[in-house]
Structures are given as structure tokens and as C-alpha cells.
Ligand binder design. Structure first.
Ligand code: GTP
Ligand code: MG
Length: 213
């Protein structure tokens, strides 16, 4: 349903949890280390070039930005974690906010975690995975910038990540993704569809479509 994501439009930004819009409908958040390619992935998935601001300077996204897809569904672009130049105090405060958001936000139905394919599963990525697991929140990992590797090396990086997740009993699905080459987009959208349209069957036996009288 890739056309659905083209409807995305910016609605609101928040810096603190109490500024978030009403906790209703369905949202899927995009998280990851600073510079991992979160905003780029949102732009690739929605096919809207400058929907979410991207930057060569890590730490570009400093607010929680909401992009509505329809009246009850939104994509949420989260500020990156782990940016070295942010003072420790600010980093810790943001990490606590993130943890609380994952734990308490009822509208949140899925978490996309972006990790640079060259540097996956850093400490705070693991922390995010653990929080999500504690909150029963499903996670899908996009190994971003896969264009930086030849396809064999990218695939083996993916297998490595899957192996480490198994070893640590962390549940998440994993795929390669490149905003530059626009690869992996359909797989990412299929996962978003599962979260945004949980009642829709894949096998197309919706009676409304069997229009035979
Ligand atoms: N080669 C390559 N570069 C990418 C890709 N995706 C993003 N980038 C680059 O990586 C940098 C960071 O991308 P962003 O999308 O702004 O990353 P972010 O995770 O939103 O960063 P913050 O908001 O700062 O946390 C930019 O220079 C992008 O052009 C990709 O698929 N391939
Ligand atoms: Mg960003």
C-alpha cells in the first residue's frame, strides 16, 4: 500500500512528553542513533523528498515530529540518541524520555529502529530493544545505508545482526535498507502495513472485494 504513505503530512512537534498529541489512534516511531538515517527513511517510505529534515550534521532532529497519514495514523520521527556532542546531562534526559515514551504511549504499535549497517547494535540500540521487549512493542530494524556495502557484505551484516539478536533473546525482524538507492522500501512498507492495518488479511478474501452478485 505504498500510495497510502504518500499522504503523509507534518502535523506537530513536541520536545517533552506532555506536549505530545492526544494518545489515540495508531503511531509507529522511527528511532535510532543520531545520523542513522531515520529522517531519510521516512522521506523514502513516503516518497516525499523533504518531509522530514535530513542533515549531514548529526543531531538535526531535536523534536519529536509527527507526520499524519490519515486522521488516526501517524509516523513519528524521534531525535537520534547517542550524539557525542550533546552534553551528558541532556543525553541522559532524552534517553529517559524515550524510555518513558516507549513504556507509556498506548498509540505506539511498532518501533522501527534504524542502524547504520556498518555500525549496528550499539549499546543504546540494545537498550531500546530491551525497553521495547518489556513494553511488548514489536520492533523492525532497518540496516540503513546498505549502499555502502556490496550486496554480499550487506547480507552477511544482516545475518550477523540476526544471530546476535537470537543470542541475546531479543525479538526483532531485520532488513537491509538504502534511502540513496531506494532499496528495501517495499519490505519496510509491508511491515508498516501490518502495524497500521492489523485486521487486514494478506490473502485478499475480504468479502467486500468478492463482489459477485
Ligand atoms: N549513503 C547513504 N547515505 C544516507 C542514507 N540515508 C541517509 N544518509 C545520509 O546520512 C545522513 C543522516 O541522515 P538523516 O536521515 O538526517 O539521519 P537521522 O537519523 O534522521 O539523523 P538525526 O536526525 O540527526 O538523528 C545524511 O547525510 C543522509 O544523506 C543512505 O541510504 N545511504
Ligand atoms: Mg533526523
Amino acid at each position: 500500500m505504498s500510495h497510502f504513505y504518500r499522504q503523509a503530512h507534518y502535523t506537530i512537534s513536541a520536545t517533552k512528553l506532555h506536549e505530545l498529541p492526544t494518545d489515540q489512534g495508531i503511531e509507529v516511531a522511527f528511532a535510532g542513533r543520531s545520523n542513522a538515517g531515520k529522517s531519510s527513511a521516512i522521506n523514502t517510505i513516503t516518497d516525499i523528498k523533504s518531509l522530514a529534515r535530513t542533515s549531514k550534521t548529526p543531531g538535526r532532529t531535536q523534536m519529536i515530529n509527527f507526520f499524519a497519514l490519515d486522521e488516526s495514523r501517524s509516523l513519528v520521527d524521534l531525535p537520534g540518541y547517542g550524539y557525542a556532542k550533546v552534553p551528558e546531562q541532556v543525553k541522559l534526559r532524552w534517553q529517559a524520555t524515550l524510555g518513558k515514551y516507549l513504556e507509556t504511549r498506548r498509540a505506539l504499535r511498532g518501533l522501527m529502529i534504524m542502524m547504520d549497517v556498518r555500525h549496528p547494535l550499539k549499546d543504546f540500540d540494545i537498550q531500546m530493544l530491551e525497553w521495547a521487549q518489556d513494553a511488548n512493542l514489536p520492533v523492525h530494524i532497518l540496516l540503513t545505508k546498505s549502499d555502502k556495502f556490496k550486496s554480499g557484505a550487506a547480507k552477511s551484516a544482516q545475518l550477523q545482526v540476526e544471530k546476535k539478536l537470537r543470542e541475546q533473546s531479543l525479538n526483532a525482524t531485520v532488513q537491509l535498507f538504502s534511502s540513496l538507492k531506494r532499496t528495501g522500501k517495499e519490505t519496510a512498507i509491508a511491515k508498516l502495513d501490518q502495524w497500521f492495518f492489523p485486521d487486514t488479511e494478506d490473502d485478499n478474501d475480504d468479502p467486500a472485494e468478492n463482489d459477485n452478485d
